[in-house]
Design a binder for this molecule. Structure first.
Ligand code: PHE
Length: 455
């Protein structure tokens, strides 16, 4: 183990940091849309089942790898399976987040810019129709998005450079509760807007006829992505969890926070979109086009209310994206510090340099170089599709196969139950282990083929 390695302060800190990674853009721009698309409450029920029965055991599997070894993702796999081909899992777990952080930070930069626009009352100054075009004109500029990318990534790397305890834990302990407060305020406000009922119905009216096979696969895929699985994050963060902590409890706490936030985000976003009388969509369009339109419409009669709603909302997007970006950066920094002997500050700077360089191309590909296609897609879309539909699933698959088939069952049991001392964990172990060994690999194969066929 690395000398003088830091650990998280306690259960609250562990859950806040892990939830910080889990709660991100996926909760804000994808979950609410999927809920509406696939039958409201019917989808939520399936999502809960998938999260707790399949994704949560996968989360526990990655936690076991991390805490057993107490090392960065590459060192973790190497120490548990020395001199074997499994080293590939370690490398993949570091490379994937390094690619993701590059384009995820581009979106982080957009949210920073939209927060600044909100402070400048910009959505009120222009009419609702122009607000729809605001996003397109911003991302097609060459410089502004790159400057925002640099600011967002720079801030995230600075938090990581400050250290595991002082930086990451300190930031998460403040920002996660803040996120919940913000999203609750926005949800109350959004649900009280005239015309909000359509949005509430969209989210909760159960319609089992809309719950198709694709809907079920989407629930599984979304819960996998939302818990930040398959990208070395849970391995790395869990390596800072103390040996006394109960892994079942910290995993459950993270999954519950993530689910709660996703549902609250739905009630913060969809009623507002319906109140403005527009069709809901998912992805960047929901956050950067539909909502600004809502804010502009609102601003006609109530400029202050509209600007405050916009500020609260983009603050939520920014902080949620930043805690996720921090977890991605930490995977690379932990590797550089422990395997390459770099100081934390230098390691953070290296990650910044690499991610920024790739991010510049991702950023330019939404505007100036959008005609430069890779496999028929702009670079940004290509990176996202390649990571989400392929690298993440491969990483997740290898991680569960590693715990289920490579590690000794006694070791997994020992780590999961803290040497057999936790009665509840002993009781659920056979179920968790069975899911890790058989069900999870199958589930991941299903997500993979559904994505593949969907493209
Ligand atoms: N769980 C994140 C989300 O819902 C996914 C993610 C985590 C993406 C970390 C990137 C970085 O948005």
């Amino acid at each position: 183990m690395h000398q003088g390695r830091e650990s998280f302060g306690g259960r609250f800190a562990v859950i806040m940091t892990l939830a910080g990674s889990a709660i991100g853009l996926g909760n804000l721009w994808r979950f609410p849309y999927l809920v509406g698309e696939y039958g409201g409450a019917a989808f939520i029920i399936v999502y809960i089942l998938m999260s707790f029965l399949i994704s949560l055991p996968m989360f526990m599997a990655e936690s076991v790898i991390g805490r057993r070894s107490r090392q960065n993702a590459i060192g973790a796999v190497r120490s548990l399976a020395p001199d074997s081909g499994w080293a590939f899992l370690g490398y993949l777990s570091v490379i994937t987040p390094m690619i993701i952080v590059s384009y995820y930070s581009v979106v982080g930069g957009w949210s920073l810019n939209f927060l600044l626009k909100s402070f400048a009352f910009e959505f009120n100054k222009i009419g609702p129709e122009e607000s729809l075009g605001l996003f397109g004109s911003f991302i097609s500029k060459p410089w502004a998005p790159i400057i925002c990318l640099a600011a967002f990534l720079g801030l995230s790397c600075t938090v990581v450079a400050l250290g595991v305890k002082k930086g990451i834990e300190g930031f998460s302990k403040v920002s996660l509760p803040l996120l919940f407060v913000l999203v609750v305020i926005i949800a109350i406000y959004a649900c009280s807007m005239p015309g909000a009922k359509g949005g509430v119905d969209f989210l909760i009216k159960p319609d089992f006829s809309k719950l198709t096979g694709r809907g079920i696969a989407s629930a599984l895929g979304q819960s996998f992505y939302s818990l930040s699985l398959g990208m070395g994050i849970v391995i790395t963060y869990s390596s800072y969890v103390s040996k006394k902590e109960n892994l079942a409890v910290s995993s459950l706490g993270t999954a519950i926070s993530d689910l709660l936030f996703a549902c609250l985000a739905g009630f913060a976003i969809m009623p507002a979109v319906f109140a403005a009388g527009i069709e809901p969509n998912s992805g960047p369009g929901l956050i950067f086009q539909s909502l600004p339109y809502t804010f502009s419409k609102m601003g006609v009669g109530a400029p202050w209310a509209s600007a405050s709603a916009a500020i609260f909302f983009f603050m939520t997007v920014l902080v949620a994206a930043m805690t996720s970006a921090i977890s991605l950066v930490e995977v690379g920094v932990a590797y550089l510090v422990e395997e390459k002997g770099l100081r934390r500050g230098t390691a953070s700077l290296c990650v910044f340099g690499g991610a920024f360089t790739l991010g510049v191309f991702a950023s330019l590909s939404t505007g100036p170089i959008q005609d430069l296609k890779i496999f028929g897609k702009p670079f940004f879309d290509f990176l996202d599709l390649f990571c989400s539909n392929f690298l993440l699933l491969l990483g997740g698959m290898l991680a569960v196969l590693f715990v289920g088939w490579k590690m000794k069952k006694e070791d997994v049991f020992d780590e999961f139950t803290n040497g057999g001392t936790k009665a509840f964990n002993r009781k659920i172990f056979p179920l968790v282990y069975g899911v890790i060994k058989y069900v999870a690999p199958l589930a991941l194969a299903i997500i993979f083929f559904t994505n593949f066929l969907g493209e």
